[in-house]
Design a protein around this ligand. Structure first.
Ligand code: 5GP
Length: 180
């Protein structure tokens, strides 16, 4: 069973707390979109576990799709570029779209994706993120549905990786020393 034990990993948010918070965020979405359908767009790969758990706690008609992006250039300045690796399968025009991210960090990814999605004329467009690191923001992005706000630490687990490792940890853990 994957666990947080091992070198350099410290549990930051336990699985039980994640479960409680995901239920509460899903409850808010259910209330906010009462009687309507929501369309969740997960940003691969980090958001896959969050999206899967969130979708199952939303008590509305719910559809899902995925998009993949890569960042290049220096992430430390706001001209850092994002490019699309995999586009959506379905049209989002007229839908209540919720962009589902693992973490809002500099905001470059969400900023880029929101611009693209807005051009496709959804009925509404909002952002859900499991984690938010507002102190690192380079582009102004506001999460509508945030799980946890965390300090500037490099975290892994529950979908988040370091060099493709640790995504399957059930807890969110801090990697020490940070890889930067
Ligand atoms: P942004 O464009 O907001 O800077 O970055 C978003 C992406 O950077 C996230 O979707 C995630 O893939 C990656 N990222 C940012 N902070 C962390 C972190 O603390 N841990 C991990 N594993 N990835 C992060």
């Amino acid at each position: 069973m994957p666990s947080a034990r091992g070198d350099g990993l410290k549990v930051r948010i336990r699985r039980a707390a994640i479960e409680r918070r995901v239920r509460s965020v899903a409850g808010r979405i259910t209330r906010d979109f009462k009687g309507e359908r929501v369309h969740l767009i997960g940003v691969l790969k980090g958001a896959c576990f969050f999206l899967a758990d969130l979708a199952r706690e939303i008590n509305l008609e719910t559809s899902i799709d995925f998009i993949a992006v890569a960042s290049y250039g220096k992430k430390k300045d706001s001209s850092g570029q994002v490019r699309m690796l995999k586009d959506l399968d379905n049209n989002v025009a007229g839908l209540n779209v919720i962009l589902v991210e693992d973490i809002l960090d500099t905001g470059l990814t969400a900023n880029y994706l929101l611009r693209i999605l807005r051009q496709r004329r959804p009925k509404t467009l909002s952002v859900a993120a499991l984690l938010d690191k507002p102190s690192r923001r380079l582009k102004p992005v506001k999460g509508d549905y945030i799980g946890f706000t965390i300090p500037d630490e490099f975290v892994v687990g529950y979908g988040l990786d370091y060099a493709e490792r640790y995504r399957n940890l059930k807890d969110v853990c801090v990697l020490q020393p940070p890889p930067r």
